[in-house]
Structure formats: C-alpha cells, structure tokens
Design a protein. Structure first.
Length: 148
C-alpha cells in the first residue's frame, strides 16, 4: 500500500517518494580486479606458472639438440653461461620458489577447513618465505655467475 501524507482528516493522496539511483561502484583503473591479496596471489601464480612452462619448453628443446648436433648444443650451453643468463636464472628460481610456496597456500585454502579465513595472512607468509629463500640463494648464485 502506498504511503500517504497528512493526519486523520487530511487529503489522502499517495505520497511521492523518489528512490535514488543505485550507486555505481568506482573501480580503480577501470578493471574488475580489486587489488586485494587474493587477486595478486592469483595473478602472480599464473604469471610464474607460464614463465616456468616456457622455461621447461626451451629446456627440453635445447637438451634435445645434443641428439641432433652436439656442436649446436655446445653453442647453446655457451650462450647460457653469460652473466645475462645468470640473472635470468635468478628470476627463474624466484618464480619457482614463489610458485611452489603459493601452490602450498592454495592447497591449504582448498582443503583446510579454516583456510579461506586465513588466506590473506598465508599470502604474506608466502611472500616472506619467498624473500627469505631468495636472500639465501641470490648471493651464492651471483658469486658463481660473476665470480668464476
């Protein structure tokens, strides 16, 4: 029943009410993503997964060269011993470390009863563990790349 205005003896005409238009949520940067930890975890997991996949593809192809031409294989391996490739290996290890720890986080979120409640904290644990592992790995790797 429509709302009315006035008292007991007043004119009983329906009251006009205006309903405000629904607010459009403002999305930063015009994207559907909100930028929360879950989104960044998802994006980084996909990026590192694709990077690892392409590394494995190239690795299989360059290893197969030994059957085709040992000289070509030696040339490719010689190119891998450059400092630029040493830095690229550092990025590869960082991708593998993050992907592995984040994969464990995803397993916990999926199969642990309270995993979804703690997924934000677990994302920061994944970042911290990845940084610690890379801090331990990087100096030793760079010494082998640049030191001999």
């Amino acid at each position: 029943m429509p709302a009315t205005t006035g008292g007991a003896g007043a004119n009983r005409s329906p009251a006009t009410t205006t309903v405000p238009a629904p607010r459009r949520s403002v999305i930063p940067g015009g994207t559907l993503y909100r930028g929360n930890e879950g989104m960044w975890s998802w994006v980084l997991h996909r990026i590192t997964g694709v990077a690892i996949y392409f590394f494995l593809l190239v690795h299989i192809l360059d290893t197969a060269l030994i059957r085709v031409s040992p000289e070509a294989y030696n040339a490719v391996i010689g190119a891998y011993k450059t400092p630029l490739m040493g830095i690229a290996e550092l990025g590869l290890v960082a991708a593998i470390v993050f992907h592995a720890f984040n994969g464990l986080r995803i397993i916990l979120v999926d199969f642990w009863g309270v995993g979804t409640r703690h997924q934000k904290a677990m994302f920061y644990v994944v970042i911290a563990l990845s940084v610690v592992v890379m801090l331990a790995f990087t100096p030793r790797h760079l010494i082998s790349v640049f030191g001999g």
